[in-house]
Design a protein around this ligand. Structure first.
Ligand code: TYD
Length: 212
């Protein structure tokens, strides 16, 4: 069954699109496992808190990368691989491409190291498709500020990085998509939720993963 990852800057609408796709799949009796990184397992959720909290000691860039990879290994072994073996579709909010974008391009760790650690953590379990919701840094910041003032969401440690960091992250996602067009779908996150869902469904039908 397909393993689909959703990537993009914070505020790009990954969760809404994942919810809409999940609803569509479930209404056609497809079995779906929805999950996220960092997290997706009890230990992964503890690691998520250690990485993203703004109080207490912050991990250095290499430690941060290893924490994301530790969460990923646990997630692959306990959630993603078993779900795929049970013929479930797996929809995952962020995966290896985020480590390339945030830790290699954002934090300036060598991409070669990030890729080697990704390979170790995933142990051969790779997405069949990565959907990138592309958004400008300006719009991402606007949406995050809105969430903060109206929903009371406080920025986490990564979100509170400078715009130049987020520019590098965005460019990395676009470059990764360009380098592997067969396995990436780039959507304009400025489109309406329904337009995004329809574009995604059309793509999945084109891949013959869906006949609805
Ligand atoms: P996410 O849950 O997508 O945050 P939000 O709900 O605010 O969109 O991801 C948490 C943060 O972790 C996000 O800022 C991206 C970052 N991240 C990395 O830096 N590297 C990684 O490998 C992953 C998976 C996430």
């Amino acid at each position: 069954m397909p393993f689909i990852v959703f990537e993009g800057l914070d505020g790009s609408g990954k969760s809404s699109l994942m919810t809409a796709l999940e609803k569509e799949l479930v209404s056609h009796t497809t079995r779906v496992m929805r999950t996220r990184e960092p997290g997706g397992t009890p230990l992964g959720d503890e690691i998520r808190n250690m990485i993203l909290r703004t109080e207490g000691a912050a991990p250095t860039p290499r430690t941060e990368l290893l924490l994301y990879e530790a969460s990923r290994a646990q997630h692959v072994d306990l959630v993603i691989r078993p779900a795929l073996q049970k013929n479930q579709w797996v929809l995952c909010d962020r995966f290896t491409a985020s480590s390339v974008a945030f830790q290699a391009s954002g934090r300036k760790i060598s991409e070669e190291w990030v890729e080697r650690l990704n390979e170790f953590a995933t142990d051969g379990v790779n997405p069949d498709l990565t959907v990138l919701l592309d958004l400008s840094v300006e719009e991402s910041r606007r949406r995050r500020n809105y969430r903060e003032s109206f929903a009371g969401n406080k920025e986490d440690r990564i979100e509170s990085e400078a715009d130049s960091f987020h520019e590098r992250v965005r460019n990395s996602f676009l470059r990764q998509a360009e380098q592997n067009r067969q396995k990436w779908l780039v959507l304009d996150a400025g489109k309406t939720p329904d337009q995004l869902l329809q574009q995604l469904l059309t793509h999945l039908r084109g891949l013959r993963w869906l006949s609805l």
